[in-house]
Write a protein that binds this ligand. Structure first.
Ligand SMILES: Cc1cc2nc3c(=O)[nH]c(=O)nc-3n(C[C@H](O)[C@H](O)[C@H](O)COP(=O)(O)OP(=O)(O)OC[C@H]3O[C@@H](n4cnc5c(N)ncnc54)[C@H](O)[C@@H]3O)c2cc1C
Length: 438
């Protein structure tokens, strides 16, 4: 666990987040992942601790946490449960930030206060099926009728869209004006016409509800427009900066959890008469992963400090991305989880690697995982897969298929992590016609 004293930030808040994460999040992260939802008590407790008002000023009932503390708080929460940190991150920034920065006093009173107090969860609906990276390509239409707008359209990948609270969304108000024809709005998630079309089936972070949304003749009052007509694109882009700091801080927390698991395993696991951490090759990998993790943390904190000082942090995040590209071969800080630290953790954990899926599952596609394992244990004749007790059956089936392709001659073997009983995956495995062994 890192020593935060030299990082800056409010140690009281960070200690509180660490304790909450260790006591309330980590022990139930696997069960939460399996259930695919975050318990309302956890959301309520985060409200009481002030986490849901982290980026909101005290004037609007927020806890006014500075950007460095906020980044470290998200790292702590993500180390305990990546899904909970995702809810927290999207709620605070961009959602609450949009309302505080661009809402008028009446809107802040009505929409922001309850979110900052934790009485509801905020969502941010920008992405659409045809508009991801290119956020200007929206098709959702808000047509003005008197003092109302009638909204129709589809949004995709919206975090917490189904968790009670409110959603800031973006729609086209003037199709002829391109980027300048987009406007921002806010709506209660229980409004007629706000329809959850689908909950996405994800590989990981399953307790964070990611939804496809449909707006079906959803009628809203013009008072629910944030800023002037045509300001939507500017509003959306200007608030993504602190959102990116949050996402990067989460990635650091997830990577840290994976590495801590790997270190604990390497200290415990014996081979050739000693703990595997004492084999130099294993130690080198862990030190390398730790170095990359610390580099990523410092880049995130650098961006957070710039933001604290009121300087633009987007450039620093760009620099962070560039450095990450050099470090990891990926263009995102998040890549550190998927591209470097987690595979290192998995290599160290060897056959125990899959026990980390609950923590870093989102970072892996089964095909990618199989390629990493194949590179790590080239020529292996036996690949042993340890299935976590909570299991992720669909994922494991896919993974075993990929491992079979990567190791055509190998025996795929496995047990659950306690070595007790036969996991149902292996009954299924045995039923396959290809070589399988339990
Ligand atoms: C778990 C999860 C939660 C999410 N939560 C939210 C949310 O709460 N609200 C919301 O609005 N959205 C949310 N999103 C959506 C997210 O913001 C989009 O996935 C993101 O904007 C990328 O869009 P896309 O997936 O359509 O990828 P695309 O835009 O289709 O991109 C595909 C690939 O092409 C690359 N690419 C695209 N354009 C360029 C370019 N100009 N130069 C180089 N490479 C390029 C991308 O980097 C990517 O690798 C969420 C997504 C996920 C996975």
């Amino acid at each position: 666990m890192p020593d935060y004293t030299s990082f800056g930030g409010d140690s009281l808040v960070i200690d509180m987040a660490r304790k909450f994460s260790a006591d309330r999040l980590a022990p139930h992260a696997a069960a939460r992942e399996k259930a695919g939802r975050i318990e309302p008590e956890i959301i309520r407790e985060m409200g009481e601790l002030g986490f849901l008002g982290a980026t909101t000023s005290a004037e609007w009932d927020g806890s006014e946490i500075d950007p460095v503390t906020y980044a470290l708080l998200l790292e702590e929460v993500a180390a305990g449960d990546g899904s909970v940190s995702t809810l927290l991150s999207v709620h605070n920034s961009p959602t609450c930030i949009v309302l505080e920065k661009y809402g008028n006093p009446a809107q802040k009173d009505h929409w922001l206060r309850p979110l900052a107090r934790g009485e509801g969860v905020g969502s941010f609906a920008l992405t659409e099926p045809q508009a991801g990276s290119d956020a200007s390509n929206l098709r959702t239409r808000a047509v003005k009728k008197g003092d109302r707008y009638i909204v129709n359209g589809a949004k995709q990948f919206i975090t917490s869209a189904s968790v009670p609270g409110s959603t800031v969304f973006f729609a086209v108000t003037d199709p002829a004006a391109g980027k300048r024809g987009l406007s921002a709005f806010v709506v209660d998630k229980s409004a007629p016409g706000y329809v959850i079309a689908r909950r996405e089936e994800k590989l990981g972070l399953k307790a964070s509800e990611t939804c496809a949304l449909a707006f079906e003749d959803m009628e809203i009052h013009e008072d629910q427009r944030i800023g002037a007509e045509g300001e939507g694109y500017k509003i959306a882009l200007s608030t993504l900066e602190s959102g990116r700091i949050g996402i990067a801080a989460q990635a650091v927390g997830l990577a840290r959890a994976a590495l801590e698991h790997a270190i604990a395993y390497a200290r415990d696991r014996q081979s050739m008469g000693q703990a595997i951490i004492d084999h130099q090759a294993v130690g080198f990998r862990l030190v390398d992963a730790k170095t990359r993790l610390e580099a990523a943390r410092q880049l995130v904190l650098h961006a957070a400090r710039l933001k604290s000082d009121g300087k633009p942090a987007l450039e620093a995040l760009g620099a962070a991305k560039t450095l990450q590209a050099a470090l990891t071969g990926s263009s995102l800080v998040v890549g550190l989880v998927g591209e470097q630290v987690a595979p290192a953790a998995n290599q160290i954990a060897g056959c125990g690697a899959t026990r980390f899926l609950g923590v870093v599952g989102a970072a892996f596609a089964p095909s990618r995982y199989a390629t990493d394992v194949a590179a790590a244990v080239k020529g292996a004749e036996v690949v042993m897969v340890v299935i976590p007790a909570f299991g992720q059956e669909a994922y494991m089936r896919e993974l075993v298929k990929e491992l079979r392709t990567a190791f055509p001659q190998a025996v795929i073997s496995g047990t659950d992590e306690h070595g007790e009983g036969e996991h149902k995956i292996f009954r299924w495995l045995r039923s396959l016609d290809r070589k399988a062994h339990v």
